[in-house]
Write a protein that binds this ligand. Structure first.
Ligand code: FMN
Length: 204
């Protein structure tokens, strides 16, 4: 097996119960194929976001995206944490996500962050369908990003996202991250978050 195949195949989730293949195959890569995302695939990613559910259909999500070798890509990259800067420029596409904080009547939209997460979930599954991996990042200086991109008041930058086709070379990563890329993926058992009929006593 060559390195590219290894990156693709070694991260399939070891599930307790069978799940939808796209969910099982998904993981957050830090190395990507050296290939631009096709325009039609990019449009499909945004189409998946468009048709996501949102509270009152307010669609509070906003996304800034930029392809590699553009000034905007570099600007997004410069907002990433030091750690994320060690790998994120392997991605041919970087994004910033944001949500609109208020409803049109001025009330806080408590569910806006939920809806942003939900639409990015839709984008993640659509991406997987096309062989594209997304790597969501909290490690972004959101205040700097708001400033650099002149984001208007009332919108809150939330994450950065690196995106590209799976199949990147492992040697594009520092050694410790090469290990992580193919290491065993762990999850808590469902009983720790899904409580039958009453809140669980488990304080974790
Ligand atoms: C909102 C969010 C923020 C994240 N922030 C970072 C980050 O800043 N840097 C990073 O390398 N990974 C980040 N991740 C990736 C997680 O570490 C990863 O999803 C988790 O370890 C599970 O691995 P998997 O996605 O490969 O299943 C983030 C994921 C999410 C959903």
């Amino acid at each position: 097996m060559n390195l590219e195949e290894q990156v693709k195949l070694d991260n399939i989730a070891d599930t307790d119960h069978e799940i939808f293949a796209l969910l099982k195959q998904r993981y957050s890569p830090r190395t990507f194929k050296n290939e631009k995302i096709k325009k039609r695939h990019l449009l499909q990613l945004f189409e998946a976001v468009r048709w996501s559910a949102s509270s009152n259909n307010l669609q509070p999500w906003r996304i800034i995206y930029a392809e590699k070798d553009t000034e905007a890509y570099q600007l997004i990259f410069n907002c990433l944490s030091d750690f994320n800067q060690t790998w994120a420029d392997n991605a041919p596409l970087l994004m910033l996500t944001a949500y609109k904080e208020k409803k049109d009547n001025g009330d806080e939209n408590f569910h806006a962050l939920h809806d942003l997460g939900l639409c990015m979930g839709s984008m993640t599954v659509q991406a997987q369908y096309m062989g594209i991996g997304l790597h969501h990042m909290a490690g972004v200086n959101w205040k700097k990003a708001q400033d650099v991109f002149d984001v208007p008041n009332g919108f809150h930058i939330t994450t950065a996202v690196a995106a590209g086709y799976y199949g990147g070379k492992l040697d594009k990563l520092p050694e410790d991250l090469q290990k992580q890329e193919t290491s065993k993926r762990e999850r808590m058992p469902y009983k720790q978050f899904a409580f039958k009929e009453a809140w669980s006593n488990n304080k974790k």
